[in-house]
Ligand binder design. Structure first.
Ligand code: AVJ
Length: 319
């Protein structure tokens, strides 16, 4: 089976499982086709979505300290998991290139399109940068990283992407990264922090409805790719942040009773009025939780970086 066929099969099995379950669910990882990528770019530009600016602020403030940490006589590989558009990474890359640090930037993303666009824009922005993009899923990519043993590496994961994983899966993910690291390697990762619950609630329920469109993109994809007949407008976005667990949960709920047929899966799905599909979690953290995640996955926290408004933190881990 080709990569695309494997992905397709997984996606189809997931939809069958999620829409026949009670309560219904679909995974946020399937939001990201080209349209989903664009909608996420729009989210990052929302005034309510403080995460991007906060992490940008951290990288800007600490770029020269990070350069000194990562710089190495043998040179190093800067490996970014889930690179996206690289807006924040560019600040660090610029600092490294301008200081003539010997390194290769290896952005990794599931979307080949994202890799190509990022590589193009970097070639213009920093002609002296060594870029070697790789397309792939986290799992495959981590296997591959384990074979990059020639040079020390700094692995970076920005945007609090880990927040889409429940703790058990986050530990699994961190543990896989840990296993691909040697004792001189670094992991630099963003974790959105617990804060005023209303700030978090608003970040995931913007007034202009961009997040609603982003969430609904799951249904658009089922219509487009599996010949489903969702009336997408009957489904509205709901966000619930629980300040006790630190989990923000996204849902779509049906505003009318309706039946949907997904031709590709030969599957009929019934929705009662107000019935939900749980689509995403965005976990929020504090130092205690991150210390626990680190310990469970064989990592140690070396340093903690925080933005001026105290909204977000990046942790530097060592093995
Ligand atoms: C890309 C997973 C970091 O959870 O904050 C933004 C995705 N979902 N608004 C997040 C998202 C709704 C985002 N991450």
């Amino acid at each position: 089976m080709t990569k695309t066929e494997t992905f397709r099969k997984e996606f189809e099995n997931h939809v069958t499982e999620g829409l026949t379950a009670f309560p219904k669910f679909l995974s946020s990882k399937y939001i990201y086709d080209d349209r989903g990528d664009k909608l996420f770019q729009d989210i990052m530009a929302l005034p309510e979505y403080y995460l991007t600016n906060a992490e940008y602020n951290i990288i800007k403030t600490y770029k020269s300290q990070l350069k000194e940490l990562f710089e190495n006589d043998k040179g190093f590989d800067l490996i970014e998991l889930g690179a996206g558009d690289g807006k924040k990474t560019k600040i660090l890359l610029e600092e490294l290139v301008n200081s003539n640090v010997d390194f290769t930037y290896i952005p990794i993303d599931i979307s080949q399109n994202a890799i190509d666009q990022l590589t193009d824009s970097l070639t213009t922005f920093l002609p002296n940068l060594n870029v070697q993009g790789e397309q792939g899923t986290y799992f495959k990519v981590l296997e591959k990283i384990a074979t990059y043993n020639q040079r020390p590496k700094a692995i970076i994961v920005l945007g609090s992407n880990i927040g889409n994983l429940q703790h058990e899966n986050a530990i699994n993910f961190l543990n896989q990264i840990q296993q691909s690291m040697s004792s001189t390697d670094f992991l630099f990762m963003g974790f959105d922090q617990k804060k005023d619950p209303l700030t978090i609630q608003n970040a995931y329920a913007d007034k202009t409805g961009v997040t609603q469109e982003f969430n609904r993109n799951l249904l658009h994809r089922l219509n487009k790719e599996m010949n489903a007949n969702f009336n997408v407008n009957l489904f509205e976005h709901w966000e619930a942040y629980d300040p006790e667990s630190g989990t923000a949960k996204s849902y779509l709920f049906a505003t009318e009773e309706c039946d949907v047929f997904i031709e590709k899966l030969n599957l009929k799905v019934h929705f009662n009025k107000w019935e939900t599909i749980h689509t995403e979690i965005s976990q929020k953290y504090d130092d205690l939780i991150v210390e626990w995640l680190a310990k469970e996955s064989g990592l140690e926290i070396g340093q903690i970086f925080e933005d001026q408004e105290k909204l977000f933190k990046n942790y530097l881990f060592k093995k």
